[in-house]
Design a protein around this ligand. Structure first.
Ligand SMILES: [Fe+2]
Length: 240
C-alpha cells in the first residue's frame, strides 16, 4: 500500500510540527499497512525558490530517515516529492521538473481554488506535452465547487492527467437527511474513471491524520474491490 500524498516531514509546511510527530505519523501509516509514503510538502512559488525548497525538504527528509533508522518500530519507506501549487507560466518553467517525485517524472499539482481559466488549461497542457511530465491533480474533489463554468474542468480532464482523491473524502459523512456532497462527487467520479490515486493528505495526528486504510475500505464498500485494484494499478504506473 502506497500513500501518495502526505505532509509527514517536520517543520516545512502546515503538516508535521516536529520530528517526533513525523515518526508517530509514519508509525501510524505502517500500522495501517502502508509500505511507502510519498512526502509531498507544499511548494508555493511566491514564497521560496525551488532550490531553497529542495534544500529544506531534503534536510527534513534526512532527519526523519536518520531517526527512523534508530527506532525499533516498523516504518514505511519515504519517497521525496512535493505538492506544487499552480503558478502562472509554470508550463514553460523547466525547473518545475525538479519537483517531481523521486525517481519519476510525476508531478503532484495543486490546482487553483477558483474558477479555472483557459490559461490554467494551457499551463497544464504544457506541463504534459512540452515538459513530458505525468501530472497528478491533487485532491481533485476540492476544486469542483469553484467551477461554475465547467468547460475548462472538462478540457483538463480530457488531458492524460491522473486524478487523486483524499481518502477522507471517501469516508461517508451524513448531514442530517442529506448525504455529503463531496462524498457523492467522489463516488460518482471514481465510478467513471479508469485511473485514480488515493492519498491521505495527512497533516497531523488529529483532524487530518493518516487514514488511507479507511479510505480504501470505504471505496471498496461503495464500488467493490475492483475500484481499489484500479487505484493500486494507477499508482504503480505513476511510480514506475
Ligand atoms: Fe496536501
Amino acid at each position: 500500500m502506497i500513500d501518495f500524498h502526505t505532509h509527514v516531514l517536520p517543520n516545512i509546511d502546515d503538516g508535521s510540527r516536529s520530528s517526533d510527530m513525523s515518526l508517530e505519523m509514519l508509525a501510524e501509516e505502517a500500522a495501517q499497512g502502508v509500505t511507502t509514503v510519498v512526502a509531498t510538502p507544499h511548494f508555493l512559488a511566491q514564497d521560496m525558490s525551488i532550490e531553497d525548497f529542495l534544500e529544506r525538504r531534503n534536510d527534513a527528509l534526512s532527519e526523519v530517515r536518520g531517526n527512523m533508522s534508530k527506532a525499533d518500530t516498523p516504518f514505511p519507506a519515504i519517497l521525496a516529492g512535493a505538492e506544487v501549487y499552480y503558478f502562472s507560466s509554470m508550463g514553460l518553467a523547466e525547473e518545475v521538473s525538479m519537483l517531481t517525485v523521486e525517481g519519476t517524472n510525476t508531478l503532484l499539482l495543486e490546482m487553483p481554488f477558483g474558477q479555472w481559466s483557459s490559461r490554467v488549461f494551457e499551463n497544464v497542457e504544457q506541463l504534459i506535452n512540452r515538459q513530458n511530465l505525468t501530472v497528478v491533480l491533487a485532491h481533485v474533489e476540492r476544486y469542483i465547487g469553484f467551477q461554475k463554468d465547467r468547460s475548462v474542468w472538462d478540457k483538463i480532464l480530457t488531458l492524460p492527467v491522473i486524478p487523486q482523491i483524499n481518502s477522507g473524502s471517501l469516508i461517508e459523512k451524513r448531514r442530517l437527511f442529506r448525504r455529503d456532497k463531496t462524498y457523492e462527487f467522489c463516488i460518482e467520479f471514481a465510478k467513471k474513471t479508469d485511473k485514480l490515486i488515493l492519498g491521505s493528505d495527512c497533516h497531523n495526528l488529529s483532524d487530518r491524520r493518516p487514514n488511507l486504510k479507511a479510505g480504501r475500505e470505504a471505496l471498496e464498500k461503495a464500488l467493490g474491490s475492483s475500484a481499489v485494484a484500479m487505484t493500486d494499478k494507477t499508482i504503480k504506473e505513476v511510480l514506475g
